[in-house]
Design a protein around this ligand. Structure first.
Ligand SMILES: Cc1cc2nc3c(=O)[nH]c(=O)nc-3n(C[C@H](O)[C@H](O)[C@H](O)COP(=O)(O)OP(=O)(O)OC[C@H]3O[C@@H](n4cnc5c(N)ncnc54)[C@H](O)[C@@H]3O)c2cc1C
Length: 408
């Protein structure tokens, strides 16, 4: 098992690292401050200039769509991509600059693997070009959505169309004025169908008649404008029957068949965020003194720093192992490793970031460092990427499965 970057990937990873550190991260603060200028749900001219300028540079350097590990893609394996994504985690803007941001990468993979030719030209091509954005709509306010078999939005066939009714919330990216298309998880089958064949994924243009944006959900008081996590109502939203992906009842097949790095890119980036937090923690601890000593020399701070280093290394290795399992191409075998890292990486990064916040005193929770924003983001991951408990359930089931035959 080789967890190092390939020779082809190394210069790409180096270029990503350099561009994040030298060019992208220095623009984060200005970009974020612009959100409060004018309409929060539109990009200001300066924001567009910053983002599009950086995207143009990334394209010119051949660093666009690195997530595409499929044939004809950037030529990176999932392991290679993990190293690049770690670097992207160190800046707010970086993932989008390289066209590797959520939820677009997952949606692009779905279009690439399961979309019709017309879906590929209408949606995949402009997504790959970074011209439009997309959202993935699964979660609903009225059902426990961590169990996707509960999803209830109706989708009924009438002649050549499907008609959708229901509500979705936490639709990340649906507030973005560039968001043109949704991939929507819906219920198409009755109780007579097997549990995992009752649901489907269907493509809905965001401009379709009958969709109302009810509100933006807030994350610890932040609306994350202009990207947003929207609460949407669908009332008799009509789309052509050919918008159904793969066929009725195959929603879970699509969700489970995906093996692109989008499955664990949040984890890969969380490792980078933890590295950034440890760097800030060490620099702050050495630069500031209390009670006659550097902060690093006080209380348990040595141990905190040591634990952070050890836990980052452990999580990185697990993340790379999950990536390597994905590269073997067997979705079923890779699944427990994906679940493990989805628990481990956000928890670890959250702990390290929290320690870095503490070392900064009150400044740590303020707007003057990236730590507070990072903490909030990492805390949401423990839900947004599926609740920890659901991933633990998968890990335990895989473990027990090994012995169940023996017991029988
Ligand atoms: C910032 C953010 C962005 C998001 N973006 C999107 C998006 O783009 N698209 C989308 O569709 N959704 C999105 N979500 C929603 C997210 O996927 C769901 O919140 C998540 O799947 C959990 O569903 P739920 O909120 O309905 O919680 P519930 O299903 O009600 O679960 C609540 C709690 O029940 C417990 N629980 C559940 N199952 C088990 C179990 N097996 N064992 C033990 N305890 C259990 C857990 O503690 C869990 O946290 C986002 C969420 C956030 C916070």
């Amino acid at each position: 098992m080789n967890l190092s970057p390939s020779a082809h990937a190394q210069p790409i990873i180096d270029a990503v690292r350099k561009m994040v550190a030298d060019v992208i991260a220095p623009m984060d603060a200005e970009f974020l401050a612009e959100v409060d200028v004018g309409d929060r749900w539109q990009f200001t001219p300066r924001q567009t200039e910053i983002l599009e300028g950086l995207k143009t540079q990334a394209k010119a350097a051949g660093l666009f769509n690195l997530w595409n590990t499929m044939d004809g893609g950037a030529g990176l394996s999932t392991v290679d991509y993990a190293w690049a994504a770690e670097e992207m985690g160190k800046s707010h803007l970086a993932a989008e600059v390289f066209n590797c941001n959520a939820p677009d990468t997952g949606n692009m993979e779905v279009f690439a693997r399961y979309g019709s030719d017309s879906m590929k030209s209408q949606w995949l091509a402009p997504l790959m070009a970074g011209e439009i954005r997309s959202a993935y709509l699964m979660t609903e306010p009225d059902v426990a959505s961590s169990d996707a078999t509960n999803i209830a939005m109706t989708c009924v066939r009438y002649g050549d169309d499907y008609v959708l009714n229901g509500e979705k919330w936490w639709s990340t990216g649906a507030g973005d004025p560039r968001c043109a298309v949704y991939i929507v998880m819906v219920r198409t089958g009755g109780d007579d169908m097997p549990k995992h064949q009752r649901h489907s994924m269907i493509v809905v243009p965001s401009a379709a008649q009958g969709i109302t944006k009810l509100r933006a959900m807030e994350v610890y008081g932040h609306d994350d404008a202009p990207h947003g996590h929207m609460h949407l109502r669908f009332e008799n939203v009509r789309v052509p029957a050919e918008n159904m992906l793969l066929g009725e009842g195959r929603g879970f097949e699509i969700a489970q068949g995906r093996l692109g790095p989008g499955r664990i890119h949040h984890c890969m980036r969380a490792i980078g965020q933890a590295e950034l937090a440890l760097e800030w923690m060490c620099k702050r601890g050495l630069a500031r003194q209390a009670f006659g000593k550097d902060l690093t020399q006080l209380g348990g701070n040595f141990d905190i720093i040591a634990d952070a280093r050890m836990e980052i290394e452990q999580a990185r290795l697990l993340c790379l192992k999950a990536a390597w399992m994905m590269d073997q191409g067997d979705a079923r075998a890779a699944a427990p490793w994906i679940s493990q890292i989805k628990v481990v990486a956000p928890l670890m990064a959250l702990k390290v970031t929290d320690a870095a916040v503490q070392m900064h005193g009150a400044e740590g929770i303020s707007q003057d460092t990236p730590l507070a924003r990072q903490w909030t983001h990492l805390r949401t991951l423990r839900l947004a990427d599926g609740p920890d408990a659901v991933h633990r359930r998968q890990v335990a089931r895989a473990e027990l499965h090994k012995y169940q035959t023996e017991k029988r």
